[in-house]
Design a protein around this ligand. Sequence first.
Ligand SMILES: C[S@@+](CC[C@H](N)C(=O)[O-])C[C@H]1O[C@@H](n2cnc3c(N)ncnc32)[C@H](O)[C@@H]1O
Length: 267
Amino acid sequence: MAPAPNGNARAYHLCERLLRQWDPMFSRTIDPTRDRRSAEIVAALAERPPGPFRVLELGSGPGPLTEKLLRRFRTCRVVSLDHDPVLLRIGELALRRFHSRATWVLADLRARDWRAELPFQRFDAVVSSLTLHWLEEDEIRNVYRNLHRLLKPGGSFVDGDFLPSRSSREPPERARRRRPAKEDSRLRAFKVQWGTWWNEVATDRSLKGFLREREVRLPGPFPPRRTSGPKTPAPLEFHLEALRAAGFLESHVAWHDRGFRVLVAAR
Ligand SMILES: C[S@@+](CC[C@H](N)C(=O)[O-])C[C@H]1O[C@@H](n2cnc3c(N)ncnc32)[C@H](O)[C@@H]1O
């Protein structure tokens, strides 16, 4: 993606602010385990040998995890992939200080050949946060087969997501009825902040073209909400089996809290 024209200080500052707001918008409302989960994803990569390495992030959004990786590992480069052109543009402008260490790729993980959009075909690690639960099971299998091809031998895939185990999964209707009032108020708070966040995006002239592109690629309501994908996310057991079927040697849960897990798979 091309950089913003020189002197576009307003867009730079807005995007930096929008990225700063992203994590707390989730962690203080609907995703209280987020900060610990992100820290576990980063920690899982710390075990790798020293030296330069390349990471692919699936569903990066505006780059909160990309930023943590770039800050923690001075020798890493990150390719951040998402299907939302607005979120990618915000990340690109907000994290421009990392120059060529960050690359932003517009691609849809539901496409069979999404790998073709990448600038490289070999990675030392792949990470993802709160993204794969948006996909159907056959799409996740296709993602895992592609990851197996993209990862170098010895590389790892680290996924932090809502990955409930099969035994604890509830039909969404029943889960909604049982949901404590506190959770409902968190969801309400999130919706207010989400609306404000997107309304702020819409105020910036330099993001207008990206918003129009978003409307074409991801038609739906504004502020955006998920209109496709499974009602209940694929269970942990499905992911373990699909990773094995894709050729991964070993996978295990490195961290968990209330259905949120960090899954680490070795290529
Ligand atoms: C809940 S957000 C998480 C964003 C970020 N990883 C985080 O943890 O804050 C889910 C992200 O996945 C992206 N996403 C969802 N479905 C996708 C798909 N089919 N292809 C690429 N990205 C997708 C969304 O645009 C969004 O940025």
